[in-house]
Design a protein around this ligand. Sequence first.
Ligand SMILES: NC(=O)c1ccc[n+]([C@@H]2O[C@H](COP(=O)([O-])OP(=O)(O)OC[C@H]3O[C@@H](n4cnc5c(N)ncnc54)[C@H](O)[C@@H]3O)[C@@H](O)[C@H]2O)c1
Ligand SMILES: N/C(=C\C=C\C=O)C(=O)O
Length: 485
Amino acid sequence: MAAELHNVVGGTRVAGRRTFEKLDPVDGSLVAHVHEAGPDVVDAAVAAARAALDGPWGRASVAERTALLRRIADRIEERFEDFVAAEVRDTGKPEHLARELDVARAATNFRSFADTVAAAGLDSFLTELPNGRKALNYAVPKPLGVVAVIVPWNLPLLLLTWKVAPALACGNAVVVKPSEETPSTATLLAEVIAEAGAPAGVYNVVHGFGPDSAGEYLTTHRDIDGVTFTGESRTGSAIMRAVAPSVRPVSFELGGKNAAVVFADCDLEKTLDGLARSVFLNTGQVCLCTERVYVERSVFDAVANGLAERAKALRLGRPDAPDTTTGPLISQQHRKKVQSYLDLAVAEGATVLAGGSVPELGPDLAGGSWIEPTLWTGLDNSARVVREEVFGPVAALIPFDTEDDAVRLANDTDYGLAAAVWTTDLERGHRVAQQMRVGMAWVNTWYLRDLRSPFGGVGLSGIGREGGLHSMHFYTQPTNVCVQL
Ligand SMILES: NC(=O)c1ccc[n+]([C@@H]2O[C@H](COP(=O)([O-])OP(=O)(O)OC[C@H]3O[C@@H](n4cnc5c(N)ncnc54)[C@H](O)[C@@H]3O)[C@@H](O)[C@H]2O)c1
Ligand SMILES: N/C(=C\C=C\C=O)C(=O)O
């Protein structure tokens, strides 16, 4: 039975100007009818957020705000299986992945930012003046205000709560525009935030698309105070243009074309396992996924063969099947994009080491957006599939001879989000990681997270950082008070 997902404005369900269909990526079946918010509904959502700020929420203490975040985390855990079911319905990802990553991190995100805000002090200085007198400077952090939160479909709940948690912890009110591909968990979160006792209007949801739809209506709205966005780099450009007339602050977590650098002295089996996870996790639909693998020439064949073995061992199947390791891509449209890159790679001279086409999974999955985990050799940095983000289970393997070659090749990109370095020589690990022109570099691991550390990218990969105090810097506007003593 298909669900009906409404917009949520000021704590109430609001119908849209029309509905659109959300299909299951596993088999193409109908998941939900989703109400698309027109300009009137987006306007009402922004007004509801503003009203919340002008009401008790705007006067809530740090203790009250952080207590609310902890109740939200508790309530997510009480409704854990509801969130798993909703996330899996929208994305088709394996149930164990939705449990271990997406939903678990949602509760952790709320607790992590409750801790951060509760522990945060004030910027203050006792100023000594040339005339022997003193002054006191202290900065009072105030909420940014009404924050537009626009998020993608790959880790829907994780990335949504990664923004909503610090936004609420800092006293803001939010209008969320989830991806049209993954409307379910953002809507369920509205129930949970209300159940946890948040005043109406603190958290609002408007469904729809980008251009000429809820996304654009929100970013061009005259009464928002900032935009936090995660998604494609070109969408970031569009949103930057949308907010330019109002000069509102933006926080951008954008695309990537992440490199792994594998040295001959790496621990081969551990590296192959870590590398395979970094290429194929979530069917390669993670912004941090490795799509370029640079391998020291003497171990190139061993790494290529080992990675191909792991790619071929992946089990594509239904989310609830116990042996499923890999789900479908998010949609037929996205599969068409990934398939076009599979074809392009061959046209650019690639040798297909593994995968390369649409798998035969039987009639009941034929309507899904499945693709084979794919590896290429025989390409270089000039190939489009080595320069452009595919955002699927693909990687190109390219040999290098010297450490300097490896750094040059890895940094030869317009993106700059993440990198991974695999070597048992830790001095080299530190040295090479620090030379990566990225926001995050891992050594002998990948996607190991401390939520207090800065998360973000350079170049086409984004503007600003999220995580711990870095998020607070975006979600607050300080007023510095200077008192002559
Ligand atoms: N850096 C990160 O932390 C990070 C995390 C996850 C995904 N991503 C990136 O996101 C992309 C995949 O996600 P996607 O396909 O949903 O991205 P997308 O840019 O197509 O869409 C992201 C969100 O923006 C909305 N949107 C689209 N056009 C808009 C516009 N003109 N105005 C306002 N809103 C608009 C969409 O409806 C969706 O909610 C990949 O490039 C991936 O690298 C980055
Ligand atoms: N922002 C985070 C992950 C982003 C994943 C991108 O797809 C995180 O783990 O905090």
